[in-house]
Design a protein around this ligand. Structure first.
Ligand code: RP5
Length: 164
């Protein structure tokens, strides 16, 4: 039996990032999108990064989500090595609460773009939804699943606040 080909890569700088980045995998799974989660550090495993990105596109990857904390270079370095859209997720956990990673990810100099999301789990979830929106441009089934997700989300919001 052949495995479903991953269309989204979920990269993270450390195994310690998985507790947050798994929110991206979970959201993609809910939308029926196969992903490939990897621990790849721009600093500690630079060759692993270039090797992975050298074949990512031909391997079927269409969007890369990159989550990293502290001096978060992963998304920027990833974007430098691929033409694929790169979605950066700044991760918390540092003494600066993720503000360091947010600024490192969002402040790309002009020329190599990284789309930057919220710090932490909300960012990981939204990066997955954004990846789905990109894929939905050419995939009607994903578009429908995304629309259903939004409908269910709207239906889950109560009209009045919960009173004790
Ligand atoms: C970054 O440094 C990683 O993305 C991680 O968030 C942070 C700290 O890494 P660890 O020391 O926890 O492995 O590269």
């Amino acid at each position: 039996m052949s495995e479903v080909r991953a269309r989204v890569a979920i990269l993270m700088g450390s195994p310690n990032d998985w507790s947050v980045m798994q929110a991206a995998e979970k959201m993609l799974e809910e939308l029926g999108i196969a992903s490939d989660a990897r621990v790849i550090s721009a600093h500690r495993t630079p060759q692993r990064l270039t090797q992975y990105l050298a074949t990512a596109e031909q391997d079927g990857i269409e969007v890369v989500i990159a989550g990293a904390g502290m001096a978060a270079h992963l998304a920027g370095v990833t974007a430098a090595h691929t033409m694929l859209p790169v979605l950066g997720v700044p991760l918390p956990g540092s003494d600066l609460g993720g503000l360091d990673a947010l600024l490192a990810t969002v402040q790309m100099p002009g020329g190599i773009p990284v789309a930057t999301f919220a710090i932490g789990k909300a960012g990981a979830k939204n990066a997955a939804l954004f990846a789905a929106a990109i894929l939905a441009r050419g995939d009607e089934a994903i578009r429908e699943r995304l629309a259903k997700f939004r409908e269910a989300q709207s239906a889950g919001v109560p009209e009045r606040p919960p009173r004790g």
